[in-house]
Design a protein around this ligand. Structure first.
Ligand code: PMP
Length: 405
């Protein structure tokens, strides 16, 4: 198919997908972090090497060029998710983006008696920042339950939401179950009671087309390293009027307009939220990752991962001792349990077979409580994943079952 043709052979672009002896490494932990194509490695190398200089300050040519590269990366991120350039704040990742919203917008706008709505499947990075703010502001946190197949239950959200709710903060795609949110409906429900919608887009941006305007959300957070870019870079998108009305977060260089000991005034967004020398090299690397993804097509990647999920779930369903979690149409992520085998033991045996999966609570302990398991095994796909990886996973599971009798 056209999808296969666009993806096939891509493995060769990823230096991380081979072992030191040249044998293939079956990497099924892309939801934790994606392997990088050589073009990203090269972009980072060049930015750190021959092109390196600071941004925004230098009067010399190299710095002016670096500034153009850094700001072009911001434009690239904005285009990729359908926002405007000055609505993109570079952060260290999704975690920092959500903390930024909690500590700036949250502190300025939340007061005792206000409520926010999270869900049972959130990553700790979309729970703990709000608990920290709860201690400071006196808000109440409500938890939206899940449907039987592991989606955020928006019918329940509709019943829970009241005029006291100021924010709804939800994962666009679950990092454990792969379930995708009906984000547009979530936005309508939030806005219907006068609340804002924050989407944690970490697992969505690498595997589905995202358009923040069409989703009608208010904040969107994601990490670059899951989008085939480097670590240490991510983005917060926020509606321009919201950013403009939000006080600064960290203070320092670059975020100011004029500093005196009597009174300091601040730069407009997004600079207001980027104190200090930014992650220049990483931003340029992220732009290269986005270029790579765009050259294949995000819809092609989505279709490819959907096919891998389908075949993996089908094969796992045939194994009696496997319990599958999450919806049938999960996005690129399959969580499961093997009865009588702890996920860590499965992960260790699979490692001997050159297969890397994630075993643990996936930074979603409230979801583990809901599933009534201490941990799950999780196989997650990227654009480079293929049938060989799935076959290796299945071989490893069969061997594990033999070992455990
Ligand atoms: N949210 C989700 C859904 C995630 O999968 C992750 C990463 N596992 C995060 C937030 C946090 O991302 P980071 O650690 O890159 O800040």
């Amino acid at each position: 198919t056209a999808t296969q043709a666009a993806i096939l052979g891509r493995k060769a672009d990823f230096p991380g997908l081979v072992n030191s002896d040249g044998s293939p490494w079956h990497y099924l932990d892309t939801a934790a972090t994606a392997q990088k194509p050589q073009v990203v490695v090269d972009a980072v190398g060049n930015a750190l090497g021959r092109d390196y200089a600071t941004v925004h300050r230098g009067v010399y040519t190299r710095s002016a060029e670096m500034t153009l590269g850094y700001e072009a990366a911001r434009r690239r991120v904005a285009e990729f998710i359908g926002g405007a350039e000055d609505e993109i704040v570079f952060t260290r990742g999704a975690t920092e983006a959500i903390n930024l919203v909690a500590q700036t917008w949250g502190t300025a706008n939340l007061k005792p008696g206000d409520r926010i709505l999270l869900s049972q499947l959130e990553h700790h990075s979309n729970i703990v920042p709000w608990q920290l703010i709860q201690d400071r502001t006196g808000i109440e946190i409500d938890v939206c339950p899940l449907t039987a197949d592991g989606r955020i239950d928006l019918d329940a959200a509709e019943r829970i939401l009241t005029g006291a709710h100021k924010l709804v903060a939800l994962a666009h795609v679950s990092n454990v179950l792969g379930s995708a949110l009906d984000a547009r409906r979530a936005a309508d429900l939030a806005h219907g009671v006068g609340a804002l919608l924050l989407l944690d887009g970490c697992q969505a941006v690498p595997r589905m087309a995202v358009d923040v305007a069409a989703l009608d959300c208010d904040f969107y957070a994601f990490s670059g390293h899951k989008l085939y870019g480097p670590t240490g870079i991510g983005a917060l998108w926020a509606r321009a009027d919201l950013l403009a009305a939000t006080p600064p977060w960290q203070g320092g260089g670059s975020m100011i307009d004029r500093v005196t000991f009597a009174r300091t005034t601040f730069a407009p967004p997004p600079q207001r939220f980027e104190a200090g020398t930014p992650a220049i090299v990483e931003a340029i690397g992220l732009a290269a990752g986005i270029d790579y993804v765009t050259s294949i097509g995000i819809d092609t990647i989505a279709a490819h991962e959907a096919e891998l999920v389908r075949t993996t779930r089908e094969a796992l369903r045939r194994i009696n001792s496997v319990t599958l979690f999450g919806p049938e149409d999960s996005a690129g992520i399959v969580s499961f349990a093997l009865s009588g085998v702890h996920p860590h033991d499965l992960g260790t045996i699979l490692d001997e077979e050159n297969v890397a999966i994630r075993a643990g609570h996936h930074c979603a302990q409230p979801l583990m409580d809901h599933l009534k398991v201490p941990a799950t095994a999780r196989a997650s796909f990227g654009l480079y994943s293929d049938e060989d990886d799935v076959a290796a996973l299945l071989r490893g599971i069969e061997r594990t079952m033999r070992i455990f009798g």
